[in-house]
Design a protein around this ligand. Structure first.
Ligand code: PLP
Length: 444
C-alpha cells in the first residue's frame, strides 16, 4: 500500500531504512553496496559525520533565509570556493535545488544575456542526440532522448540536434580519432550555420555523457573544437556537469581536463553528495555583468535558492574533498576500478566497451562484440541487470535505449570516492554474477 507515485507504478521499491558508508539497508535487512552513488550522487558515501555535523550546525544557526531578503555567509563561502576552482572566468554562482533547475537557470540566464545585449532573436539551443539535461520541460526539450520527450510534445522549445561524441559506435573502421572528431565539429558548424548563428543562444553538452550513454568521455580535442566554433559564431557553450562534475572524474570540473572554459557550467548531484538537494550554475562574469549594467535583475528565482542548510552540506562536502585528498583518490581508484573491470569483463562475449573517466565508468552490453549489435530493446536487459544486481546486494545504474530508443544497454558505475580497493573488488565480483544472471534470465 502506497500513496506515493513511484517510478514503477506497478511495484513499490524496497524501503531504505538506513545507510552508512558504502552500504544502504532495506526494511528486510538486505544490504546493498552502493556502486552507483544512487545516480552518481553520493560521492562521500552515506552518513559522513562531517557533513551531518555541518548541517546540524547550520540548522541551529539559521535553517532558512529567503533570497528576496537576505544572502547567507554559508552560501557566499560556497560560491567563493566553487568559482575559485572553476575554469577561467567563471566567477559567478547561483544555487538551486537540483540539476534540472540548474539547466533551466542556465538557459534563462543565457537567453536574458542576449536579450539585454540587443539580440533577442537568439532563441535556439543546439544539443546532442545522446544527452540528458533534466526532466523539467525546458531541460527535457534540450535533452536528446526522443522516448523521454515523445509523450510531452510539443515542448516549449524546438532544439536542433547534432551527433554525440560516441567513438565506440560512431568512429568508422579506418577513421582516425582526429578525423572522427573533425567530422563531428563539421556537423556542429553546419548545424549552427543552418540554424543561423544569429538565432543561436548556446550549445549544450555533458563533458562526459552520463545516464544516456554510460560514461562516454569526449575524444581528444573535441571540446576545444566546440569552444572555437562557439567563439567563431558568438554562441555560448553550456557544459552540463550535473553528473560528471564535483570531483566525479578526478578533477572538480570534468571540462578542466579538456582544457576549456565554458560560458556556463551546471552542477548538481555530487555538489550536495545526497545530503541535501542542491544544484548550481557557474557563469562567466561578463554574462552577469551585462545584466548588472542592463536591467540590474536576473529574472529568475525559486523559493529554495541558496538554501543555507543545503549550502552548508555542499560546503562541507567541498572541505572534505580537499582535506582528504579525494580528487587524487578518485584518479587512482578510478584506474584501479577500470583495471578490475577490464580483467573481469575484457573478454566477456557480451561486453562491447568499458569506458569512463575517474570514478564515472560504464560497461556497454552487446549481443555481438564483433558487430557491436545491441540487444533487442524488448529484451530490457538493463532492467534485468538492475534486478539481478539488487538481488545480489548491489546498486548499479543500468540504462537502455540511449539514442532514440535504439542504442542498446549500458551499466553506469559511480561508487563513492571513499570506496576502498576491497569495496571495488567486491562490486566487480557481484557485477559479474549480476550480468551473467541477467543474460541467463532474460534470454529469449
Ligand atoms: N543533467 C545531467 C547531466 C544529469 O545527469 C541529470 C540527472 O541525472 C540532470 C541534468 C538533472 O538533474 P536532477 O535529476 O537533479 O534534476
Amino acid at each position: 500500500m502506497t500513496n506515493i507515485i513511484h517510478r514503477n507504478l506497478r511495484q513499490s521499491p524496497p524501503v531504505a531504512v538506513s545507510a552508512s558508508g558504502m552500504i544502504v539497508r532495506d526494511q528486510r535487512c538486505n544490504s546493498y553496496i552502493d556502486a552507483s552513488g544512487g545516480a552518481a550522487v553520493s560521492s562521500l558515501g552515506h552518513g559522513h559525520p562531517d557533513i551531518l555535523e555541518a548541517m546540524h550546525r547550520q540548522i541551529d544557526i539559521n535553517a532558512y533565509a529567503h533570497t528576496a531578503f537576505f544572502t547567507t555567509e554559508v552560501a557566499e563561502e560556497l560560491a567563493a570556493r566553487l568559482v575559485a576552482g572553476a575554469p577561467e572566468g567563471l566567477t559567478e554562482a547561483y544555487f538551486v535545488s537540483g540539476g534540472s533547475e540548474a539547466m533551466e537557470t542556465a538557459m534563462k540566464l543565457a537567453r536574458q544575456y542576449f536579450v539585454e545585449s540587443g539580440e533577442p532573436q537568439r532563441t535556439k539551443f543546439i544539443a546532442r542526440r545522446q544527452s540528458y539535461h533534466g526532466n523539467t520541460l525546458g531541460a527535457l526539450a534540450v535533452g536528446g532522448n526522443e522516448w523521454r520527450r515523445r509523450q510531452f510534445a510539443p515542448l516549449l522549445i524546438d532544439v536542433p540536434r547534432v551527433a554525440p561524441c560516441y567513438e565506440y559506435r560512431d568512429r568508422m573502421e579506418g577513421q582516425t580519432q582526429a578525423d572522427y572528431t573533425a567530422s563531428l565539429l563539421r556537423e556542429l558548424e553546419a548545424k549552427i550555420v543552418e540554424t543561423g548563428p544569429e538565432n543561436v543562444i548556446g550549445f549544450c553538452a555533458e563533458p562526459v555523457v552520463g545516464a544516456t550513454g554510460g560514461a562516454i568521455p569526449p575524444t581528444r580535442g573535441y571540446f576545444q573544437g566546440v569552444r572555437a566554433l562557439c567563439d567563431k559564431y558568438g554562441v555560448l557553450f553550456i557544459a552540463d556537469e550535473v553528473m560528471c562534475g564535483m570531483g566525479r572524474t578526478g578533477t572538480m570540473y570534468s571540462i578542466s581536463q579538456d582544457g576549456v572554459a565554458p560560458d556556463i557550467i551546471t552542477i548538481g548531484k555530487g555538489l550536495g553528495a545526497g545530503y541535501q538537494p542542491i544544484g548550481g550554475v557557474l557563469a562567466q562574469g561578463r554574462l552577469v555583468d551585462r545584466l548588472r549594467q542592463g536591467s540590474g535583475m536576473f529574472q529568475h528565482g525559486h523559493t529554495y535558492i541558496g538554501h543555507p542548510v543545503a549550502a552548508a552540506a555542499a560546503l562541507a562536502v567541498q572541505k572534505v574533498i580537499e582535506r582528504d585528498g579525494l580528487l587524487a583518490q578518485v584518479r587512482t581508484r578510478g584506474e584501479t576500478f577500470m583495471g578490475m573491470l577490464r580483467n573481469a569483463f575484457g573478454r566477456h562475449p557480451h561486453v562491447g566497451d568499458i569506458r569512463g573517466r575517474g570514478l564515472l565508468l560504464a560497461l556497454e552490453l552487446v549481443e555481438d562484440r564483433e558487430t557491436k549489435q545491441p540487444f533487442a530493446p524488448e529484451r530490457k536487459l538493463h532492467a534485468a541487470v538492475k534486478a539481478c544486481a539488487m538481488a545480489n546486494g548491489l546498486m548499479v545504474y543500468p540504462m537502455g535505449g540511449t539514442i532514440d530508443g535504439q542504442n542498446g544497454d549500458h551499466i553506469l558505475l559511480a561508487p563513492p570516492f571513499i570506496a576502498s580497493d576491497a569495496d571495488l573488488s567486491e562490486i566487480v565480483s557481484r557485477l559479474v554474477e549480476s550480468v551473467d544472471g541477467a543474460l541467463r534470465q532474460s534470454s529469449p
